[in-house]
Design a protein around this ligand. Structure first.
Ligand code: SF4
Ligand code: SF4
Length: 301
């Protein structure tokens, strides 16, 4: 992103309690101040300790009057949780806003309250691919997965800072200096690597979605009841056999196979409620409910 000389730059950071929204916000605010900008920051912790939404506005520039970003005025939206990102997407500048999000989903319990066939979940249903179609510049990353592979899932926020760094005109070393001052001393190395990995990933191109299903083994089962087909797809490589879907399926129609991969054992019982999809921590299950037509029936076979 080129330097902004007219008006402040607006960065909105959102997530849920415990993810480190405030850390991201403080790092950015401190960096901007170090670089000679006037900075205004405001934050709302809300029900943070109960998994509720947390957001922070950071505005910087030659002169900043208000700490609050009006709707439609955010230059950059950084989401530490997928649905929180979607909830705030209207705050982005419609033609030039940059969307940076961890695809991690933290499903609140109330999202599964309606188990009726084909019911709309309370959790945001849009896929990263669909959102990338809607934004001018976007990065849908597996920041949590990257951080886990580096040895500490909590460094996901630093992975996102790495991606954010590609959208602002500050030198990487200036970012790292501030990050290292904010994180516990024993995690400095992991956070440095997390920043550099997030930065490298974003620099490889915008409108990117981390991981595609190509080359993965998908099991596809079709459950048919009345006027609706339910297609249950399970990706072997992404299922780690945690058993959550098996335990939480209200109809008890899932099980783990001999390799400890989930499978739809009793398709006739599946109601298409999507609870398994929403609760799977690894995005390994996808449920598609469609009205039965001849074409859909054929496609599902
Ligand atoms: S919840 Fe997801 S990862 Fe766990 S067993 Fe089910 S499909 Fe596999
Ligand atoms: S398999 Fe999934 S969609 Fe089908 S009933 Fe069980 S939880 Fe609902």
């Amino acid at each position: 992103m080129s330097s902004r000389t007219s008006g402040p730059t607006n960065v909105l950071i959102v997530g849920v309690g415990g993810q480190g929204v405030i850390m991201v916000s403080k790092v950015l605010a401190q960096l901007c101040q170090n670089q000679g900008h006037q900075v205004k920051q405001s934050e709302v912790h809300g029900m943070a300790k109960r998994g509720g939404g947390v957001f922070s506005h950071v505005r910087f520039g030659a002169q900043v009057w208000s700490p609050t970003i009006p709707e439609g005025e955010a230059d950059i939206l950084v989401a530490l949780e997928w649905a929180e990102g979607l909830r705030w997407i209207n705050f982005m500048k419609p033609d030039s806003g940059i969307f940076i999000a961890d695809c991690q989903r933290i499903v609140p319990p109330f999202a599964c309250r309606d188990r009726g066939r084909g019911a709309e979940p309370a959790y945001a249903p849009q896929t990263p691919e669909e959102i990338m179609e809607q934004v001018s510049t976007g990065y849908a990353m597996d920041a949590t997965g990257m951080a886990e592979r580096l040895g500490n899932a909590r460094a996901a926020n630093t992975v996102l800072l790495g991606a954010l760094s590609t959208a602002l005109d500050f030198a990487p070393e200036a970012w790292l200096e501030v990050i290292e001052a904010f994180v516990p001393p024993r995690t400095v190395e992991i956070n440095r690597n997390a920043f550099l990995e997030g930065r490298a990933w974003a620099m490889a191109g915008s409108k990117r979605v981390d991981e595609t299903a190509s080359g993965l083994h998908r099991h596809r089962e079709v459950a048919r009841h009345g006027p609706v087909n339910t297609v249950v797809e399970i990706i072997d490589e992404w299922c780690k056999g945690c058993d959550i879907c098996v335990k939480m399926c209200p109809e008890r129609c899932l099980r783990l196979d001999g390799r400890l991969v989930a499978e739809l054992a009793l398709p006739d019982l599946c109601t298409g409620c999507r609870m398994c999809e929403l609760l799977c921590p690894d995005f390994a299950i996808r449920i598609t409910n469609t009205a039965v037509t001849d074409a859909v029936t054929e496609a599902a076979q």
